[in-house]
Ligand binder design. Structure first.
Ligand code: T5A
Length: 208
């Protein structure tokens, strides 16, 4: 794998994205590479402030279009200030969620069209896409067990939405992966963290 690659993990809540981000970063650092790990929403002070607005707000929450704009604004700051400079100096960037989460959640779950979400991304972030998107797919029952073990009954504003919302999100991820098999690698997320990590490393083989 050459320097300056942009890799994103995607999938539903509890799929193991953060765990796999950490394991992949350790593996790449052991090869002597500079690795920047980051997450969305967030990654810069401005984007982390927007994260608090998005995930922590009490009451009725955001209208889906306002929500999509806030995610796009957070991403814009993140891309300009952190992701693009890191890639430019040759670091590998590993991002826990990126624009495909907006396509799945605000698109599939929230009802915006894919064209609308990608237009916001074009305006905010120049349409930047990862070199590789690792979609970790896990059964809803296993994801629920993991989250219950970690969080008990608490869920954030988006994670706590109904089952039908999360089914629509998973269906949209499925659609995107089928439409762009070169960028998406589908990873079975139901096994142990070590088994998933091995599948992630194998998928990296497709990066030049
Ligand atoms: N969102 C985000 C949008 O709507 N639009 C957008 O554009 C973007 C960017 C983000 C929320 O915002 C939404 C999506 C989300 O609802 P978040 O808190 O960042 O919220 O939530 P997630 O990204 O979903 O993070 P989670 O922590 O919930 O899930 P992960 O990162 O997939 O899972 P992870 O690694 O933290 O693991 C969860 C638990 O399971 C264990 C871990 O130790 C942990 O306790 N675990 C395993 N256990 C057994 N076997 C394995 N293989 C395991 N892997 C992990």
């Amino acid at each position: 794998m050459s320097a300056g690659k942009f890799i994103a993990f995607e999938g539903g809540e509890g799929a193991g994205k953060s765990t796999q981000t950490r394991l992949l970063a350790e593996a790449l650092r052991a090869q002597g590479r500079e690795v920047v790990t980051t997450r969305e929403p967030g990654g810069t002070p401005g984007a982390e402030a927007i994260r608090a607005l998005l995930l922590g707000m009490e009451g009725e929450g955001w209208h889906p279009r306002a929500e999509a704009l806030l995610f796009a604004a957070a991403r814009s700051d993140h891309v300009e200030r952190l992701i693009v400079p890191a890639i430019a100096r040759g670091a590998s960037v590993i991002c826990d969620r990126f624009v495909d989460s907006s396509r799945a959640y605000q698109g599939g779950g929230g009802g915006l069209s894919d064209v609308e979400v990608m237009e916001l991304h074009r305006i905010g972030s120049g349409g930047l896409l990862p070199d590789l998107t690792l979609l970790i797919e896990v059964s809803p029952a296993i994801a629920a067990q993991r989250l219950a073990a970690r969080d008990g009954d608490s869920a954030d504003r988006i994670g706590g939405r109904p089952e039908a919302f999360h089914a629509a999100v998973a269906a949209r991820f499925d659609l995107m992966a089928k439409a762009d098999p070169e960028r998406f690698a589908r990873i079975d997320g139901n096994g142990s963290a070590e088994a998933i990590h091995a599948a992630v490393l194998a998928a990296l083989g497709r990066l030049a």
